[in-house]
Write a protein that binds this ligand. Structure first.
Ligand SMILES: Nc1nc2c(c(=O)[nH]1)N[C@H]1C(S)=C(S)[C@@H](COP(=O)(O)O)O[C@H]1N2
Ligand SMILES: [Mo]
Length: 210
């Protein structure tokens, strides 16, 4: 079932910057490791873990691009302090994945998986946010390889590392577990408006023991 996503107002004004962030001209490329080569015939997007019916789901690239589509205007805030404002992301809302492959009632968190084993954990509520989207396009153009083609997650209200580029699937979890950067010193929640950059800032309840 298609789920409508509101167009949010991204004004691009510097006043919109979370604390400690600065505006970046252009769009830098930031990631760990090499840019994966996209092979459409080998690509799939999987949902696994604690699904409602106990079954896994997977979509081929062709099927994935035929899923419900929406656009969201949102900013990207890198924890290394640059922000890119007001991009229009087009793609498959995270909500659509939750509707098409529902999680079991006990699911509290998700792990979003990408090529080469990169991962980011999210609270289910953050993933289910109306503005979280598996972007395929930015400002009407297909993402380039270095920016995450064929799809990247964008979670506008969290730091950008919570949005894996080159995504391959989602694991539904009944307990929290740290993803790639969350195991390597970044905050388990990652709210830029609270400046939750590093794991040493975590408070009880923010994440599992390191
Ligand atoms: N697969 C993968 N996705 C990733 C990362 C990464 O290392 N690997 N880095 C994240 C970080 S820290 C940021 S700031 C953004 C950068 O996206 P960009 O290169 O399109 O600006 O991608 C995020 N997604
Ligand atoms: Mo980042």
């Amino acid at each position: 079932m298609a789920h409508p996503v509101e167009h949010a107002s991204g004004t691009g004004a510097a006043a919109d910057l979370p604390p400690g962030q600065r505006l970046q001209r252009g769009w830098p490329v930031t990631h760990y490791g090499p840019v994966p080569k996209f092979r459409p015939e080998r690509w799939d997007f999987r949902v696994f873990g604690a699904t409602a019916d106990g079954e896994k789901r997977s979509w081929t690239h062709e099927e994935f691009t035929a899923l419900p589509y929406a656009t969201v205007v949102a900013d990207l805030h890198c924890v290394t302090k640059f922000s890119m404002l007001g991009a229009e992301w087009g793609g498959v809302p995270a909500r659509a994945i939750l509707d098409l492959a529902p999680p079991a009632p006990g699911v509290t968190h998700v792990m979003v998986w990408a090529e080469y084993g990169f991962s980011a954990n999210l609270r289910l509520a953050d993933f289910a946010d109306d503005r979280a989207i598996f972007a395929i396009h930015k400002d009407g153009e297909l993402l380039t390889a270095e920016h995450g083609f064929p799809a990247r997650l964008v979670v506008p209200h969290l730091y950008a590392w919570k949005g894996p580029k080159w995504v391959r699937g989602v694991e539904y979890m009944t307990a929290d577990r740290r993803g790639f950067w969350e195991q390597r010193g970044y905050h388990n929640v990652g709210d830029p408006w609270k400046e939750q950059r590093y794991s040493y800032q975590e408070e009880p309840g923010d994440g599992p023991e390191l």
